[in-house]
Design a protein around this ligand. Structure first.
Ligand code: HEM
Length: 445
């Protein structure tokens, strides 16, 4: 058991104060560490091989569920990201076609157009909250790829707009898993319920409209609606489709915005890395055109920068499972129904796995330098059968945005205070105020 538990709150106070620090310190206490979350004991798995064993081999024993998922399900329902293994076996094959490699090039065009639209409003010398801008970008991409009918785009935009309000509330529900607290008629709880009900209604209307028209809109939703199971030929019901839409929006917008925000933060503090990236994108994008699907194979350094950024600041920094039966991990008995947590932020900074683990070094991912331990200890997109279904989508989106923006714009941090990682449902920088300057074609650094 980790030390410093208070009689009622357990470790909750320390976790709320600085979660990443708490989980990093707890890493030193052993491969499986008991922590007290209010009245309950949860188990933190700190050894990368055990995390992999749990994610790859323990699909059913370490299922999605427990207090975290109860809270997220209140918003995302029983979609792919939150459902149990039992439902996942049916849902995942039905969702896969919407993320197949054959449809990615068409999404990539949309991504490039969204980068143009968002950055088109930037003015040289102006100041931006860059994390907000990245959220605006990834929301726009989700809106333009998921539901492209007029009503659909409107509904997706409503969801995207509501996320900054809903996610902190969701995070509080995760950390304070006491249902009655969240049912109290406080202004905050009422706003949460009202916003959620409004979104639910508008997404349902869009599904009904797609069903009525029967037109293939060439978007993610049309692919999800058309998918049929190989076994009995059935597709997803309207209620299931609703939950998939919420799942995809919840899982796809903040994560990619987090990745881009942290990457720009790191680049602003590492001129040597920035210089190399500017040189690569200048060459590949002929000085500054919008990146396309065909450019991706040449953007090798850009890819390493993103990989290294996800190592130091994994958007899904704290993940969890619930045990569906009594299990044992590294000799620690864990009863059925326990929350099992793993913190990718601290796993990715383990000095036993990553040499000079606190250093931002994209070239540690060069094929000749990457070690098997490094690969095995790296979980930015999860692992096993629940691995991120939008991995290629998200990484392509991030690469198109990073390359196009870096070729044209230069950022300078306004704030001299240190940027802290803040855990909401994803890991976000505490503040990312930057002034923007247009980069001269052929300019350096
Ligand atoms: C680069 C940005 C992204 C990161 C870092 C990321 C990270 C993750 C992680 C860590 C998981 C596994 C969670 C767990 O095991 O508990 C996951 C699952 C998932 N992600 Fe992503 N994600 C990203 C982008 C996206 C995008 C763009 C979409 C959709 C358009 C998406 C949709 C999903 C879904 C639906 C799941 C659940 C998969 C399943 O359980 O079968 N993600 N993501």
């Amino acid at each position: 058991m980790a030390r410093g538990a208070l009689p009622v709150l357990g470790h909750l106070g320390r976790i709320l104060r600085d979660p990443m620090e708490f989980f990093t310190v707890a890493r030193e206490l052993g491969p499986v560490v008991g922590i007290r979350l209010g009245p309950r004991t949860a188990y933190l798995v700190t050894a990368p091989d055990l995390v992999r064993e749990m994610l790859v081999g323990g699909y059913r024993e370490f299922d999605k569920g427990g207090s975290y998922f109860d809270a997220v399900r209140s918003l995302a329902g029983n979609g792919l990201a939150t459902c149990s293994a039992q439902d996942h076996m049916r849902q995942r094959p039905l969702m896969q076609p919407a993320f197949h490699s054959s449809v990615l090039p068409s999404y990539t065009e949309v991504m490039g157009a969204c980068v143009e639209e968002v950055t088109g409003e930037w003015r040289p010398g102006g100041t931006l909250e860059l994390d907000e801008e990245m959220r605006r970008l990834t929301s726009l991409v989700a809106t333009r790829t998921l539901m492209t009918s007029e009503e659909g785009a409107q509904a997706a935009a409503d969801v995207a707009r509501a996320l900054p309000l809903l996610l902190p509330a969701l995070h509080r529900r995760v950390l304070i898993p006491v249902n009655w607290v969240h049912r109290l008629p406080t202004p905050g709880n009422r706003r949460f319920e009202r916003t959620q009900a409004g979104l639910r209604a508008s997404v349902d209307q869009v599904i009904a409209q797609y069903r009525r028209s029967g037109v293939d809109q060439g978007d993610l939703l049309s692919l999800i609606m058309a998918a049929r199971s190989e076994g009995d030929g059935t597709g997803l019901s309207d209620a299931e489709i609703h939950d998939q839409i919420m799942s995809v929006l919840l899982a796809g917008i903040e994560t990619t915005a987090s990745l881009l925000s942290w990457t720009f933060h790191l680049l602003s503090r590492h001129p040597d890395v920035r210089k190399k990236l500017v040189a690569e994108v200048g060459e590949v994008l002929d000085g500054g055109r919008t990146a396309t699907y065909r450019d991706l194979t040449q953007l090798r350094y850009c890819k390493r920068v993103l990989t290294e950024s996800m190592r130091l600041y994994p958007p899904g920094a704290l993940l969890s499972r619930v045990t569906t039966k009594d299990v044992e991990l590294a000799g620690t008995p864990i009863p059925a129904g326990s929350d099992v947590l793993f913190c990718t932020y601290s796993l990715h900074r383990d000095p036993q796995v990553f040499a000079e683990s606190e250093v931002f070094d994209p070239d540690r991912w060069l094929p000749e330098r990457v070690t098997p331990a490094q690969r095995k200890g790296f979980f930015p997109l999860g692992a096993g059968r629940r691995k991120c279904i939008g991995d290629s989508f998200g990484l392509i989106e991030a690469a198109i945005a990073l390359a196009t923006i870096t070729a044209r714009w230069h950022f300078r941090p306004v704030d001299t205070r240190p940027v802290r990682p803040v855990l909401r449902t994803t890991l976000m920088p505490s503040s990312l105020r930057m002034t923007v300057e247009r980069r001269e074609v052929g300019g350096r650094g």
